[in-house]
Design a protein around this ligand. Structure first.
Ligand SMILES: Cc1cc2nc3c(=O)[nH]c(=O)nc-3n(C[C@H](O)[C@H](O)[C@H](O)COP(=O)(O)OP(=O)(O)OC[C@H]3O[C@@H](n4cnc5c(N)ncnc54)[C@H](O)[C@@H]3O)c2cc1C
Length: 452
């Protein structure tokens, strides 16, 4: 039985069914409506732009090539191994595949708890009834399911938040978005990125400090468009002859880094249940790792199941594998997220302890001898520890005076000033924004306290 039909659960359910297992999938979200609309309230990042790292297409090619073909048929594009696709399109293709898969039974309902019967088999209690399974895979993401049974684990607020919008690109302008360099700019106090995805649809994204109350104004379309026009390289791309908005603005909440293993005090926390995907490791999305790390886990788990180990041995081996191969990425992400905020706050580099990987890779950027290892790290082919010798070289560059630089463009204060100037001409946004700006900024970092 698989609980959760998000990217992790749907991949595992199909892969297990194709191995001949009878799989029941339970998800509280019944899937897209008949007209194709899908609100997906339990997955707040559903509409946020997602990078689909090379491990995802690789996993699909190895396990579910028909699903990869269906994604491409629905407009997803593949370039240098990576896939460009809206998450809503990706998940809709998987839901179709699940409902057409002979070995899969789909149930719509919420899992409530799991107990163990006298034979040691897991018994699932859900609002669809009570059922016993040989094995339950908990792929419910960061949701609270089974939280009361599991060890607290590691949970660190990234301090960062997203706001994004989708646009349709005019056919003649496609190459500007899809060919060549990635469009990503780190500016003083915020970050901007463009995500090319399926069917000539792109998303733009602003990342702000989660506690930067002033920049929450970006949730208003007028403010979002004003900010887009204020960042010169973004403004050059996002002209009316090249793009038109096709969605509302999607604000996001605070983003966390979470890691929880399978064991509590060396005991399996719920016998017969294996947690997988975001239910084990949920990274903040700054490097777009979550679905890749989920499918990397899923493939490692499939390998253990295929090897025929007994149930508890699979659980313990998978836990050890996650400790070795996922936990280092948790620590890496926590450090990098803090590095982004430290840079926005304008302090000097924090050089005690390990440097953030982003600092290491940027400090030696362009040095041919580190190119391979940095490329492998960025593609998650080697663990962050592989950067140890590069860190030594990075520290030398820092000692010689190197510091990370921002992209050209307005800093946070200037951005707010421009947004304010624009939205003052349009009534719907002004009252809330003016009230917030005049009172407290809610943003604690020095030098960013509101009035611009
Ligand atoms: C803002 C944001 C941006 C992101 N960007 C990227 C990116 O660019 N690239 C990337 O790879 N990753 C990204 N991620 C991470 C990615 O979204 C997650 O890693 C991914 O969703 C994990 O998939 P999952 O299937 O494990 O969990 P989920 O996607 O959370 O799916 C869990 C499923 O379980 C169901 N469920 C939950 N509780 C129950 C219950 N009690 N009973 C029944 N069903 C239940 C839910 O309905 C859902 O279908 C981002 C995350 C955030 C927050």
């Amino acid at each position: 039985m698989v609980i959760g039909a998000g990217p992790t659960g749907s991949f595992l359910a199909l892969a297990l069914a194709r191995r001949g297992h009878a799989v029941t999938v339970l998800d509280r979200d019944p899937g897209p409506a008949a007209d194709g609309s899908w609100e997906r309230p339990g997955v707040p990042q559903f509409r946020q732009p997602h990078a689909f790292r090379s491990q995802i297409a690789e996993a699909l090619r190895a396990e579910l090539p028909g699903v990869l073909e269906a994604l491409v048929a629905d407009g997803a594009y593949l370039a240098e191994g990576q896939m460009g696709v809206r998450r809503s399109v990706y998940e809709a293709v998987f839901r179709r595949a699940l409902s057409g898969e002979p070995g899969v039974t789909m149930l719509a309902g919420s899992a409530r708890d799991i107990r163990t019967d006298a034979a040691g088999r897991p018994v699932l209690i859900s609002d669809t009834g009570i059922s016993t399974a040989d094995l339950v895979l908990n792929a419910t993401g960061r949701a609270r399911f089974l939280k009361h049974r599991r060890t607290a684990g590691l949970d660190v607020d990234s301090g960062l938040a997203y706001v994004s919008r989708e646009y349709q690109v005019a056919p003649g302008a496609r190459d500007e978005f899809y060919a060549g360099a990635r469009h990503i700019w780190n500016l003083p106090g915020y970050l901007v990125r463009v995500f090319p995805s399926d069917s000539n649809v792109i998303s733009t994204l602003f990342v702000r400090r989660a506690d930067d109350r002033d920049l929450t104004v970006l949730r208003h379309p007028e403010a979002y468009e004003a900010a887009t026009a204020a960042v010169p390289p973004l403004a050059a791309l996002m002209t009316a002859d090249k793009v038109r908005p096709i969605s509302r603005v999607y604000p996001g909440g605070a983003m966390r880094n979470i890691y929880r293993g399978q064991l509590t005090k060396d005991e399996i926390d719920t016998p017969g249940v294996i947690h997988v995907g975001d239910a084990v490791f949920s990274p903040s999305p700054m490097y777009g790792r979550g679905i890749a790390t989920s499918l990397i886990q899923a493939r490692a788990l499939l390998e253990l199941i295929d090897a025929g180990h007994d149930r508890d041995s699979v659980t313990r081996r998978f836990d050890a594998w996650c400790t070795g191969r996922m936990l280092p990425w948790f620590h890496d992400q926590v450090l990098d997220d803090a590095g982004v905020i430290g840079m926005w706050d304008g302090g000097d580099l924090e050089i005690d302890g390990r440097l953030p990987s982003a600092t290491i890779t940027r400090a030696v950027a362009g040095e041919p001898r580190w190119r391979d290892v940095i490329g492998q790290y960025l593609d998650m082919r080697v663990l962050p520890s592989a950067l140890a010798p590069v860190e030594v070289a990075a520290r030398e560059r820092i000692a010689a005076g190197w510091r990370p630089a921002f992209a050209d463009g307005p800093d946070r204060q200037e951005l707010l000033r421009v947004i304010r100037g624009s939205v003052n001409r349009t009534s719907p946004v002004r009252p809330a924004f003016a009230a917030r700006s005049a009172g407290s900024s809610g943003h604690k970092s020095p030098g960013t306290s509101g009035a611009a």
